[in-house]
Design a protein around this ligand. Structure first.
Ligand SMILES: [Zn+2]
Length: 106
């Protein structure tokens, strides 16, 4: 696995999202263990939160971008992963937090 390429691909996606005015994001944790990889992403001004707010939805709302980021990671790792949104601006947090823990050889 090419760690640097995965990180670069995520950063490129965040630049794209920012350039398009969709959201700003950063990799807040990227911890590679012997057989695991944990990634946390903080996202601000997420467009999906803005739509949720418009319709009075106060639930974790950033499903499209969560899926898009999962797709990027999956394409680099060659395996299915799950990303959980642990914080969302729509529920009153100051940012959205997307978290994935990936285990290899299990
Ligand atoms: Zn969110």
């Amino acid at each position: 696995m090419e760690d640097k390429n995965l990180r670069n691909a995520l950063q490129a996606n965040f630049l794209r999202a920012h350039a398009l005015g969709k959201y700003r994001a950063e990799i807040s944790h990227y911890i590679k263990g012997y057989d695991s990889l944990k990634i946390q992403i903080k996202a601000y001004d997420m467009w999906e939160y803005a739509i949720a707010k418009k319709y009075g939805i106060k639930e974790y709302s950033c499903h499209f971008e969560r899926g898009l980021i999962a797709g990027i990671i999956e394409s680099y790792l060659g395996k299915r992963i799950k990303i959980k949104e642990e914080r969302c601006i729509a529920t009153g947090d100051s940012y959205c937090l997307l978290v994935t823990s990936i285990f290899f050889n299990r």
